[in-house]
Design a protein around this ligand. Structure first.
Ligand code: LER
Ligand code: MN
Length: 277
């Protein structure tokens, strides 16, 4: 299991849920020094990334970009897939297709997180699901031949009213029925929404492509009260060997949070990179 940390560019608004907000290459170098294997990029648009420069610093550090997340497309630009207006859905699709092309260059997945959207007043969850699934097909038509995995992330009810639990995400994933569409369980949201870590993760075991981790309070693991020993046992039992990416608040500061998370997780035997200092 490799370890990742989430990062946005220097101008990202507070609604980007990340630990580092800085020039991406500086973040990659910092994360490498701390012992991470990869950095998840939280982007509003693909042109935030200078691909040549990023590739050079990935090559120099041996780091990876496991995933591109897209929450800012929803939170900052108001573009999402359940929107009643087809032109807004189309704009969301075009933005995400740009992200898929960038992800293909980087060997990354694309998280369709909150850009899935929400159930509008006076509409049903079925209407929202139909629009989202239709958009997933359009994205999969691009992602599949490009070798890019798209992930669906259940997010808790206090942030969004559509796809809160792993079982709801699995139902959508199965309805879409596209092999490149997988699940991203976030252990923080699961604490709020899922009945049981074990039952949800076991039920989804063949569909899990990527995992987010934070403690109960969104701080680094070990600084809240999630029952991580049991959760790690489940991840081992289902044979999960993908990324565990820390999506933690930069508290008390980004460096302290990132250092606590990597130290805690490496003590559990996670992480691939040999730490150089
Ligand atoms: C995104 O990965 C996430 O977990 C959300 O809580 C962001 O709103
Ligand atoms: Mn998450």
């Amino acid at each position: 299991v490799k370890l990742g940390i989430s990062a946005a560019g220097p101008l990202a608004p507070p609604n980007a849920f990340v630990t580092f907000r800085d020039d991406f290459c500086r973040t990659v170098e910092r994360a490498a020094r701390l012992g991470y294997d990869g950095v998840e990029l939280a982007l509003r648009a693909p042109d935030e990334v200078d691909l040549r420069e990023l590739r050079a610093c990935l090559a120099a550090t041996g780091m990876e970009i496991p995933c591109i997340s897209t929450g800012q497309v929803f939170a900052t630009d108001g573009l999402y897939f359940t929107h009643p207006d087809a032109s807004v859905r189309q704009a969301a699709l075009e933005r995400l297709i740009g992200m898929i092309h960038l992800a293909a260059e980087l060997g990354a997945m694309v998280n369709t997180g909150r850009v899935r959207g929400f159930v509008h007043d006076l509409e049903s969850p079925e209407t929202a699901a139909a629009r989202y699934v239709e958009c997933l097909h359009r994205l999969a038509d691009i992602a599949e031949p490009a070798g890019v995995t798209l992930v669906i992330e259940p997010v808790n009810r206090y942030e969004i009213n559509f796809i809160n639990s792993c079982s709801e995400a699995l139902a959508i994933l199965r309805e879409a029925g596209r092999p490149c569409v997988k699940l991203l369980p976030d252990l923080f949201h699961m604490n709020i929404e899922d009945v049981s870590y074990r039952d949800s993760l076991e039920a989804a075991r063949d569909e899990i492509a990527y995992v987010h981790i934070a403690d109960s309070n969104r701080l680094a693991p070990g600084w809240g009260h999630l029952p991580f020993d049991g959760i790690f046992k489940v991840l081992a039992d289902i044979g999960y060997d993908g990324y565990l990416t820390c999506e933690i608040l930069p508290k008390p500061g980004p460096e302290d949070a990132a250092a606590q998370a990597v130290a805690y997780l490496r003590r559990q035997g996670y992480g691939i990179r040999s730490v150089r200092n």
